[in-house]
Design a protein around this ligand. Sequence first.
Ligand SMILES: [Zn+2]
Length: 280
Amino acid sequence: MTQPPDAEARRAVAPVICYPTDTLPRPDLSRYAAALEGAQVTDTVTAPPREACHFRVGAAQFFRITSVEGPQVGDLNLWNAEDLSERFYSGKTRALHGTHVSTGDRLWSCFPFLRPMATIVADSLDWYGIDAFGGSVHDVIGTRCDPYTGMLLSGQPYHHCCHSNLTRALADALDVPLAEAERHVHDVLNVFMCTGFTRDTGQYFMKASPVRPGDQLTFFAEIDLLGALSACPGGDCSAEHTSDAAACFPLRVEILTPPPGALEGWQPPARNGYDRSHGR
Ligand SMILES: [Zn+2]
């Protein structure tokens, strides 16, 4: 491989942040925290191992995902409860907040909406940071385990990947056929999953999640949401997914309702202000 004479100089150019977030509207985290303090659990659903559950959470309610029984990773999908064409956009969330998300970061919706769907208000794994391998938790870089990639790589069908689990959960939530539900399943937030990219080959890696029973990730719902959460067949994702090999555990989702008046005057975020004329 031949290199140009100024190869090192070109490599030495310093990076710039693609999307500086200084102008992003800031969530009022102290207000959310005060509302969470007095909130009561008003509904609970559980994703069984290698299955998914669905849940509905209204704007200004909270939802909290908890590891129970053993270390387990979850794959989360979110939709606007009134309009499924507005859904979580992991790629833009990554571009805005980074490869992994934690307290204060927001889950953004797709075009043409591009507004916060949910804000992370508490994360019991926020101590983890970025480890020596470049790994961190709660990523928006993985897509979701799915039977198509499994078929491509192993030639074997497997029916309990997160993609299929989410498809079944959404089909049940909407009472529609699987093929109709599958169209709405999208790239996920990998809750509790510990991932990164290898430095030498740039490949997506996973490693045993640091999550332990009792660990929680809590969100404030900015708009009315329909959610689905899959307890990944990879379990803690220390070895493999797309199989029944790993030890798998349930994940609990609680809906919390703040006391009346706790968020008085709060308004859901408006959809994006761009006029969609695209220069014509
Ligand atoms: Zn999975």
